[in-house]
Design a protein around this ligand. Structure first.
Ligand code: NAG
Ligand code: NAG
Ligand code: NAG
Length: 690
């Protein structure tokens, strides 16, 4: 979606320029050297360079999907990058470190076979921020495009060129000559391009606010937007005529409201007239009178925020529920009572809608959650997260699948968890790829000692860290509901009859598995049907709740609201919507998962001796405490001399050592982890006497 192509860029652009040397010395294979055209940037930038090789003559952006892209994709982080420097893609250890390159689906640049390719590079720019809990991160703040994983607004791009790769030593030179323009504004909303800026029509209105809570957390202005679809006959001045509201959750909606409004022209035409058209089996009738709202909450790590409070993304739950919704509801004539607030959505939106009701039973009445993201981490998609040792490979050696389809009733796997995670690593390290597995790690998890989300498994090997999985439990929704069943939150009673879930048994992402686990665990405490779960045989991922047609669905929702209103047959009790049912409180979330907690988890090594140690007498020592996944190496030091060679140690290991020399003794432990700074921690000194 390159919007401007300057002729100049063809001159400055890339040509196959075979040379024998890269900047860093003699190269024997393919190198790509990428620089920034003079004057393109006002100041140096940090960011992620993504380099793509597509088949000759094919736009590299045509298809970058993990299950279908013909491209080879490489990524590398850059720091203080300017027209005075260049970045070189060469070799590729696939270590996934902050400085290395990561390639998909090949492991390195050397695996690009001779042939002609269309080559293009993109630079996503990062901004350094210090969050209110003291954590410092370097992330991309999207501005009205829903944070795509590559080529978002403001990205630098090179011109795509066909280049012959001939085998031997070769350096391809590319130059960033263009900046993806920010979509022109059409509306009058505050905050510039933040969360987009859209024009209003008779039935489609806009709200955008500057969120105080998010701005405080991120240390910069943060906005939230909403698209509001009003029913036929809506009269702003008639404040006595009030309507129920559907809060529809999901991915970046750009300017659209829920259920395809206004992009589905047939639906829009009928909605705007307030009349459901006749079919050959049903007569024409009035459309339900509801207000429908979609949210714009593109975030620094994804196209939305998952609409809850998280230590990695900040207080989005509070910002949406306590800042944005009150403005929506005081601007439009909405019934301000839980029974009239309906949460709905599919997939990401399915999880967000059920989480919203579970965490805020005081605010929302009901959710119609369709094919939600993993509700229970006994099955995170198809990963048995609580018991498996590896997220990519099962005990029997087979790969854990991630995307499937069914052909003539037979399951066909389109991508594995490993393929997807490795593909994500090309777009960003430290969970900054703006892709699915990374944002789950951010939302369900806590901050690591490196300030970025603490990953539940090694992104390269798939090795699971049980300690991190344990930290996900408050976001395991069935665990959360069951463990707050009859305490002060009283969720067993409060949520009964308010959770509706639909999924197909052939869900393309195996999300039916997590739904079934949720059902099993809540049924076990609440009796069969505590949550109303519909599993439709042989249905895939998609559609409205229970695959209902749009009008049928809206009438169904309207009936639920009527039935549960104060004058209906099944009013929601005030006990069920008591503020004591609230969960996912920000103070608790950040105290448990924020920067201070990450620091508190660390400890230096400790030599376990009171007073002095004795020559030749065994002593014990601990390696200290480190984040899971840190590889440790120990070195004994006496009087500044290294004793023996450094050796590998494990977290929690108790070291035994017989000092063989007099003097002052220390233990050094060096820890290294993907995307962490390698760090040496030193014990305090113990004197060895004869
Ligand atoms: C109703 O119309 C649809 C086409 O719009 C047709 O496929 C269907 O058979 C019709 N049903 C009846 C009962 O006539
Ligand atoms: C679902 O698919 C299976 C396998 O193709 C088939 O045996 C079964 O009849 C299907 N069920 C429904 C309800 O379509
Ligand atoms: C579950 O919800 C459906 C509507 O989606 C309804 O027809 C059914 O009666 C409900 N089941 C129970 C046990 O309440």
């Amino acid at each position: 979606m390159l919007k401007t192509v300057f002729l100049l860029s063809l001159v400055l652009g890339a040509f196959a320029a075979p040379t024998t040397e890269g900047l860093t010395g003699r190269s024997t294979g393919l190198d790509v050297k990428i620089s920034i055209a003079k004057g393109l940037l006002k100041s140096p930038t940090d960011g992620r360079v993504v380099l793509m090789f597509a088949p000759e003559g094919i736009d590299p952006l045509d298809d970058t999907d993990v299950d279908s892209s013909p491209n080879k994709i490489f990524g590398k982080n850059v720091y203080d990058f300017s027209s005075k420097s260049a970045v070189i893609f060469s070799g590729g250890s696939n270590s996934g470190t902050a400085t290395g390159i990561y390639g998909w689906p090949d492991v390195s640049m050397t695996s690009i076979t001779p042939g002609t390719y269309r080559v293009q590079a993109f630079l996503t720019r990062y901004e350094k921020v210090t969050r209110s809990d003291g954590s410092k991160v370097n992330v991309h703040f999207p501005c009205g495009d829903g944070q795509p994983n590559v080529d978002g607004f403001g990205s630098l791009t090179t011109t795509a060129v066909d280049v012959a790769v001939h085998g031997g030593a070769q350096t391809i030179e590319l130059t960033f000559t263009d900046i993806e323009p920010v979509e022109a504004f059409t509306g009058k909303e505050i905050g510039g391009c933040n969360q987009g800026n859209y024009a209003e029509t008779e039935y489609l209105k806009r709200i955008k606010i500057r969120s105080k809570k998010l701005s405080k957390f991120w240390g910069r202005d943060m906005y939230l937007g909403a698209n509001i679809v009003l029913p036929f006959g809506y009269n702003a001045k008639d404040t006595r005529k009030r309507y129920p509201v559907i809060y529809s959750q999901g991915h970046w909606p750009a300017g659209a409201g829920p259920l395809g409004y206004p992009n589905n022209a047939v639906f829009k035409a009928a909605w705007d007239k307030g009349i459901i058209p006749a079919t050959n089996t049903t007569a024409e009738r009035p459309a339900p009178k509801l207000i429908m709202v979609s949210f714009r909450h593109e975030s620094p790590l994804y196209d939305d925020s998952y609409a809850v409070n998280t230590a990695n993304l900040g207080p989005y739950g509070d910002a949406i529920n306590d800042e944005l919704i009150p403005v929506i509801e005081s601007t439009f004539n909405i019934i301000r009572a839980p029974y009239a607030r309906v949460q709905e959505g599919g997939s990401t939106g399915g999880w967000e809608s059920i989480a919203s009701v579970i965490f805020r039973p005081d605010l929302f009445g009901v959710c119609f959650s369709s094919y939600p993201d993993s509700l229970d981490f006994h099955r995170h998609q198809d990963i048995e997260l609580y018991t498996a040792k590896n997220a990519y490979t099962r005990a029997d050696g087979s790969s854990v699948p991630s995307i499937r389809t069914h052909t003539n009733g037979v399951e066909v796997v389109l991508a594995t968890v490993a393929q997807e995670n490795h593909w994500e690593l090309t777009f960003g390290t430290s969970t900054r790829s703006a892709n699915q597995w990374d944002v789950w790690n951010a939302v369900y998890g806590i901050q690591g000692y490196n300030n970025y989300p603490l990953e539940p498994w090694d992104k390269v090997t798939g090795e699971i860290y049980p300690e991190v999985v344990e930290a996900w439990k408050p976001m395991d929704l069935s665990n959360y509901v069951v463990s707050n069943w009859n305490n002060k939150r009283n969720l067993g009673k409060a949520l009964a009859g308010r959770i509706y879930i639909y999924v197909g048994s052939w869900d393309n992402y195996y999300l039916n598995e997590g739904v079934m686990e949720f059902q099993k665990r809540t049924d076990a405490v609440g009796g069969v049907g505590w949550a109303n779960v519909t599993i439709l045989a042989n249905q895939t991922h998609g559609g409205n709740y229970q695959r209902r047609a749009t009008w049928d669905y809206l009438e169904f929702v309207q009936k639920w609201v009527q039935d549960h209103s104060p004058s209906g047959p099944h009013p929601i009790s005030s006990k069920a919507t008591s503020p004591s049912g609230r969960g996912n409180e920000w103070d608790e979330v950040i105290a448990r998962g924020g920067h201070k907690a990450a620091l508190a988890r660390q400890a230096p090594p400790l030599i376990d001796v009171r007073g002095n140690a004795k020559l030749g007498k065994e002593i014990k020592a601990s390696v200290g405490r480190w984040d899971p996944g840190v590889t440790l190496e120990a070195q004994w030091i006496i009087s500044d001399d290294k004793i023996g060679k450094p050796f590998a140690v494990k977290q929690g290991e108790v070291l035994k050592f017989k000092p063989n020399k007099k003097g002052s003794m220390r233990l050094f432990i060096t820890g290294s982890k993907l995307n962490y700074d390698t760090e040496t921690r030193k014990s305090s000194t113990v004197v060895v006497k004869g």
